[in-house]
Design a binder for this molecule. Structure first.
Ligand SMILES: NC(=O)C1=CN([C@@H]2O[C@H](COP(=O)(O)OP(=O)(O)OC[C@H]3O[C@@H](n4cnc5c(N)ncnc54)[C@H](OP(=O)(O)O)[C@@H]3O)[C@@H](O)[C@H]2O)C=CC1
Ligand SMILES: O=C(CO)[C@H](O)[C@H](O)COP(=O)(O)O
Length: 512
């Protein structure tokens, strides 16, 4: 507690830029931790709305002041001697650039800016260079857990200048979610440059894979097994209580999403489930308010890392967004709707297979994301600790999965150079142990025309990343036929398995 107070005392005040969903919750949280909070937003109404909430709030310790003028805002942070601390919570890309441009002339040498937005890591690195010129440290800080965690303690991945990072770390540790088992704060100094935002980007990529898997499982139980919302909610709750999906945030809220009724405070005014009011459109990729999942997929392609569960989940939601066009296509294609299963012999066993399939696909999502981080860390010279990534995802974030974290963290901690989690015997055993359940579930779902993009992609991923002779030998042959791309030969030393390098052989299949 003493150390915590010291961290708050050192900074005394924080300046929050952006009074949106996240920024306003961060304002309350830092006040509660004892810091005075200055908050500014380009839109005056956002500041006014927030200050109205402040008037009603209880339990605040530091004083919260709202500013309409950016110069007054920056001046409010002047304190004798120490460095000033700003926290940006702004829409990524051009909006964040515009705000930086506005505030830049009010910045002073020594200022530290934490960018808590979901920003592309290359933009972060560009701003780091621009701010370095004026003696300001720009830290790209991934913040996860949505506005509830922003209020009560998120998971954070911070990257940038090490000296500045070490200075702010005690305050971030105070703010961060705490691992319920160890009490350790879920924040880390990930590394230099844009590494912190890269890790957050991949977190959101994993999140998209998991979100797809869980909605596919919901569809399987609802339209396939004919279970109602309450029954499915109970199943999710049971999964989240015990077994491989225990203490798993998305499974936990899945249960709430199934069971939440519209009636508020016992009122009968509007009954029914909130879920009934939700359309099947996920639009944030289309309107570019979020970019993290699409960037993850682009990064996986550019860095040659197979992330099909993540990609399938992403394409699924992209296809969902343009409902109008989708309905037009539906008229042309007359695709079958998911059918109910008429031959359920053992309901509990079917649910248990689904449970294991979901777990297997979640684990595969983590393997894919970690591999992408490992690849980027090597390419960029970031030296990211994968075990630290798992550690900070133990609480306060959307992909919190305690069983998976317990499986992955120990060996990643022991062997820092691990780049492919599937090579660990415990992980390999888990994927193998649950493969049949995943296969049975996918076969049943596909036979009844269910939507299974991420689950089926995971099945193939496990199969082909562990396959000993893929039909890609035929692909390689065809490519040599038309493009003289050359090939490696089976059983030849230095070629099989050999390096990831072009083979020395070409056959003149059809001389030109
Ligand atoms: N919501 C979430 O669960 C999470 C969000 N994030 C990230 O945190 C950041 C904030 O998100 P969130 O609070 O949810 O979003 P909001 O839309 O609630 O807030 C975004 C803020 O940015 C401002 N803004 C947008 N465009 C401009 C512009 N051109 N010039 C100046 N200000 C602008 C908004 O003002 P205005 O109202 O005028 O548009 C608002 O103050 C984003 O980067 C998001 O990706 C990170 C983790 C979780
Ligand atoms: O960052 C987040 C959670 O981690 C935010 O909730 C974000 O809005 C999620 O959006 P997306 O699915 O597009 O990443």
């Amino acid at each position: 507690m003493g150390a915590q107070s010291d961290a708050a005392m050192k900074w005394k005040r924080i300046g929050i830029v952006g009074a949106g969903n996240m920024g306003s919750m961060m304002g309350f949280a830092f006040s509660e931790l004892g810091l005075d909070v200055s908050i500014w937003d380009a839109k005056s109404a956002n500041v006014n709305n927030f200050m109205k909430q402040v008037e009603q709030a209880k339990g605040l310790n530091g004083r919260i002041s709202g500013y309409h003028d950016i110069s007054d805002f920056a001046d409010s942070l002047r304190q004798r001697g120490g460095r000033r601390l700003f926290l940006f919570s702004i829409t990524h890309g051009t909006p964040a650039d515009e705000v930086l441009k506005l505030i830049k002339k009010h910045l002073m040498k020594g200022d530290i800016i934490l960018d808590g937005g979901n920003e592309h890591y290359r933009n972060t690195e560009r701003r780091q260079r621009a701010c370095q010129g004026i003696g300001v440290d720009w830290i790209g800080m991934g913040v996860s857990g949505g506005y509830q965690s922003a209020r009560h303690g998120p998971s954070m991945s911070a990257g940038g200048n090490n000296i500045a990072l070490e200075e702010v770390m005690p305050l971030l540790e105070l703010y961060a979610a705490k691992d319920p088992k160890s009490g350790v704060p879920c924040v880390s100094n990930i590394g230099p440059g844009g590494s912190g935002h890269f890790v957050k980007m991949v977190h959101n990529g994993i999140e998209v894979g998991m979100l797809s898997v869980i909605c596919e499982a919901w569809g399987f139980m609802h339209s396939g097994m004919g279970l109602d919302y309450e029954e499915i909610g109970e199943i999710f709750e049971a999964w989240n209580t015990d077994g491989e999906l225990h203490t798993n945030y998305l499974v936990k809220i899945a249960s709430d999403v199934c069971r939440t009724r519209k009636a508020v405070n016992g009122s009968e005014a509007e009954d029914g489930y909130v879920l009934d009011d939700v359309l099947d459109k996920v639009v944030q990729d289309d309107d570019s308010t979020e970019g993290t999942p699409s960037w993850s997929i682009m990064e996986s392609a550019m860095r040659h890392v197979s992330c099909p569960t993540l990609a399938a989940g992403f394409y699924f939601r992209v296809a969902s967004g343009n409902r109008e066009e989708r309905l037009q296509v539906a008229e042309k294609l007359s695709m079958p709707d998911p059918k109910s299963f008429t031959d359920i012999k053992d309901k509990s066993q079917m649910i248990e297979s689904l449970h294991r399939a979901v777990y297997c696909a979640f684990l595969a999502s983590f393997c894919q994301g970690l591999e992408l981080i490992a690849r980027a860390s090597i390419d960029e010279g970031w030296d990211i600790s994968l075990s630290e990534c798992i550690r900070i995802w133990r609480a306060g974030c959307i992909i919190q999965s305690e069983f998976i974290a317990d499986l992955l963290e120990p060996f990643l901690q022991e062997n820092k150079s691990f780049t492919n989690a599937k090579l660990n015997s415990c992980v390999g055993k888990e994927l193998q142990r649950n493969f049949t359940a995943l296969k049975d579930t996918v076969l049943r779902g596909l036979a009844a025309d269910h939507y299974f993009p991420a689950l089926s992609a995971t099945l193939e991923y496990i199969k082909y990343t562990g396959g000993t002779m893929l039909p890609t030998k035929f692909m390689e042959a065809q490519m040599d036929y038309f493009g003289a791309h050359a090939y490696n030969k089976p059983g030849v030393q230095g070629e099989d398995p050999g390096l990831v390098a072009k083979g020395p052989h070409h056959f003149e299949w059809n001389p030109a």
